[in-house]
Design a protein around this ligand. Structure first.
Ligand code: DX5
Ligand code: ZN
Length: 230
């Protein structure tokens, strides 16, 4: 996985048809997805439950691009090896998931994955100051984690600008997660984000039988983001 700052769209399969993940993943990739975002929830760190390592392992053969695994679980360290073995390319843990984010990031890289750190809306950018050389990605949650289809929290745009300044020339992605669509994509791209996660805005109105709708939705988000991102 080489690093570049071109705008990337990462559909979240949390909004896909749970009975048909293989075809859904292939459909979004065929229709232009750059990464595939996999939301792992434990019913404890967030009030929802999704995918254990066996499910993620079953998704792997269908992902041809980058499998971007977002761990909304606490504790997180005991599960890093299992999600790495399941085939994650990027593992993102939450800063709030435990007292030792520095150790967690070391463990993710030691497992051979790119390391991401996610910040809940209430967590300031300054939290990552001493961790920026340990990460390949910082994920700014623009909703409170746990569900798709929520409203974008506009106060987070300033946090993205702060992170962009703090990161400087380091090869670190800024990922945005929650409420991304063609109206919010320009705001976050302009602020410095380069990976846009989108669930409901990509899957709405489409299906594996009408994948061209996914393509239209992905293009609409990308073009809206690029409108500012020359
Ligand atoms: C929420 C997840 C997001 C979610 C995004 O906790 O981390 O990835 O699926 O869905 P939308 O784009 O619908 O807000
Ligand atoms: Zn997510």
């Amino acid at each position: 996985m080489s690093f570049d700052r071109t705008l990337k769209i990462a559909p979240s399969i949390l909004s896909a048809d749970f009975a048909d993940f293989g075809r859904e993943i292939r459909a979004i990739e065929d229709q232009g997805a750059d990464w595939v975002h996999v939301d792992v929830m434990d019913g404890h760190f967030v009030p929802n439950l999704t995918f254990g390592p066996p499910a993620v392992k079953a998704f792997r053969p269908h992902v041809k691009t980058v499998m971007d695994v977002h761990l909304m679980i606490a504790p997180v360290d005991p599960f890093i090896a299992a999600y790495a073995e399941a085939g994650a390319d990027v593992i993102t843990a939450h800063f709030e998931a435990g007292p030792h984010p520095h150790r967690t990031l070391q463990a993710i890289r030691a497992a051979g994955c790119k390391a991401g750190l996610a910040l809940n809306p209430g967590t300031p950018a300054a939290s990552v100051e001493y961790l920026l050389d340990m990460v390949d990605l910082v994920c700014v949650m623009t909703v409170n984690p746990g569900f798709g289809g929520q409203k974008f929290i506009h106060s987070q745009v300033d946090k993205i600008k702060q992170l962009r300044r703090m990161i400087g020339t380091r090869p670190v992605h800024i990922e945005i997660d929650g409420g991304v669509d063609p109206t919010t994509a320009p705001l976050v791209a302009d602020a410095g984000a380069d990976v846009l996660v989108a669930g409901s805005a990509v899957f709405k109105g489409g299906s594996v039988d009408t994948p061209q709708v996914y393509g239209q939705n992905i293009r609409a988000i990308r073009e809206a983001g690029q409108g500012v991102y020359i």
